[in-house]
Design a binder for this molecule. Structure first.
Ligand code: FAD
Length: 482
């Protein structure tokens, strides 16, 4: 290993200035994990290229030395996708932080992958435009990471996920070649490589440039908050709003624990004594917004909401959203550790799945706070635990696995937006049959025959399937015997 490290360093110094290579333990430490800090690994080194040519040369060098590469954006991922490889190099895209151009007429922007999600909307603001997908981490996460994870956010119910808002990508392949995919048209011939690369978790190439769609800032935006004495009523209200033919810009749910933690943290003005709360945002032309807010309020009334409040002004609207966006760190204040799950279910199953999660919480004796994108059925149960208590982490992981299986059983899937990474490898055989997993491996091998790009992430290996089978002997999963 020492020889490999020395050889790598000697060759890397021909590609990058010394300042672009991190190799001492203390400076490497912040890179040992992403936002899911229960998984850690130290890399051989971290490199910070600032040109596409440097990325190409790094990939070619790693390919020659058969050294794993882990691409990294801002490191806010929640599935250990950017966790380093012990014998590999982390390629940080932090220096790719420029907005290259904004074409206001065509409503699009060309950006480098290290640009923060929120920075795109901030730059587009002067043209009355914005970039719609808005992960709660948007102040920090990079657009390259969003592409790799196919990230979602509050506004994805109406405006789609990352995949629906990207026009083109420039990617450096595992061989170090440049691939340009996507175009300005509505359709294109050939395989849809754009969809393949978006959500590929750094397994198929390193994204070096992104063309995003920009949308006009809506004329009017209003939010209505409603509280419910039972989670079931809130779940029914979500179903009813969509059944009415209304597509809110955002439709979010928080339960009692999340509401109170957020209220203590940012004083959003949420009523505390309630089982569940919905925040429903409507945007568009002023008259249409008023009409939809009235119809949504009528649904809330019908579902016997306790308090229904339309934010009186922009300040109050921002304050209501501040509580929702601060919910994760707010939970961090009331528990030594928490584990954020990410599964998707059909809206019709909300009540049933939330009730089962509560029963599991009782069985495992671990508290759960729910704060999630209710409109698109993307759940984020936060399991509260203390890693310093012997066995509690393992219990939490088992409980988390059960929640993901519950999502699959309800007709959903094991990730809504955070990706598979390392975290959900064991649940992949529950979601997919062996033939599908085999196809994933074939696609990976076709794009990366040496498996040097982010190995050990995203696609389960045989050992995961075997481990899964032995784990599921007691409660046989969907594909355990196939
Ligand atoms: C408090 C909090 C709230 C969050 N809320 C949301 C939310 O609402 N919605 C949501 O979707 N996610 C959310 N996340 C998760 C996370 O922010 C997203 O997954 C985000 O897209 C990760 O971006 P990043 O730049 O931090 O990527 P990283 O964590 O650095 O990397 C993520 C993955 O992308 C790969 N990657 C990064 N850059 C590139 C590149 N240029 N080319 C190829 N592969 C690359 C990495 O190898 C890794 O597999 C949240 C996280 C936190 C901590």
């Amino acid at each position: 290993m020492a020889n490999l490290k020395l050889q790598l360093l000697t060759e890397l110094l021909k590609i990058l200035p010394e300042a672009g290579i991190i190799q001492d333990e203390e400076t490497l430490r912040p890179y040992e994990c992403d936002g899911l800090s229960i998984y850690t690994e130290m890399p051989l080194m971290v490199v910070l290229p600032d040109s596409v040519e440097q990325v190409q040369k790094i990939i070619r060098l790693c390919s020659r030395l058969e050294t794993p590469i882990v691409p990294r954006g801002a490191g806010t991922g929640l599935s250990a996708g950017a966790m380093p490889h012990r014998e590999g190099v982390v390629v940080s895209l932090a220096k790719f932080n420029r907005i290259l151009s904004i074409d206001a007429d065509a409503r699009q922007a060309r950006v480098q992958p290290g640009v923060r999600n929120l920075a795109i909307s901030e730059a587009a603001q002067e043209y009355g435009l914005y970039y719609a997908p808005d992960p709660s981490s948007q102040i920090a996460c990079s657009i390259g990471g969003n592409v790799a994870e196919n990230s979602g956010g509050v506004h994805c119910l109406k405006y789609g996920l990352t995949v629906h808002n990207i026009l083109a990508l420039e990617v450096v392949t595992a061989e170090g070649d440049i691939l340009r995919i996507g175009n300005q048209g509505y359709d294109s011939c050939g395989f849809d490589l754009l969809s393949l690369y978006i959500g590929s978790e750094g397994l198929l190439g390193i994204v070096t440039e992104i063309t995003v769609k920009l949308l006009p800032v809506p004329e009017t935006t209003k939010v209505v908050m409603a509280t419910f004495d039972r989670v079931e009523k809130a779940g029914d209200a979500v179903k009813q709003i969509i059944a009415e033919g209304i597509i809110p810009a955002g439709l979010e749910m928080m339960d009692r624990l999340a509401i109170n933690a957020a209220e203590d943290f940012v004083h959003a003005g949420y009523p505390r004594d309630t089982a569940a709360m919905l925040l429903c945002e409507i945007d568009g032309m002023a008259e249409e917004v008023d009409e939809h807010i009235a119809r949504v309020s009528a649904v809330f009334n019908k579902e016997k909401a306790g308090c229904i409040r339309v934010a009186a002004d922009e300040n109050e609207r921002q304050r209501l959203w501040k509580g929702r966006k601060a919910a994760f760190p707010a939970i961090g204040r009331i528990s030594p550790d928490y584990y954020c799950m990410d599964g998707t279910i059909p809206r019709s199953q909300l009540t049933k799945v939330l009730t089962t999660i509560q029963s599991l919480s009782d069985i495992y004796q671990l508290r759960v706070a729910n704060v999630f994108h209710a409109g698109d059925g993307n759940l984020h149960p936060l399991i509260l635990f203390d890693a310093n208590v012997a066995g509690e982490l393992e219990k939490t992981e088992e409980f988390g696995g059960k929640i993901l299986e519950l999502c699959v059983d309800a007709g959903g899937c094991i990730t809504g937006e955070h990706g598979v990474g390392v975290e959900k490898l064991l649940q992949m055989p529950y979601q997919f049959d062996p033939a599908s997993l085999e196809q994933f491996q074939r696609v990976k091998l076709a794009c990366d025959p040496q498996r040097i790009l982010n190995p050990g992430k995203g696609i389960p290996q045989l050992k995961h399937c075997q481990e899964y089978r032995s784990l599921s002997q007691a409660s046989v999963g969907r594909h355990a015997d196939k």
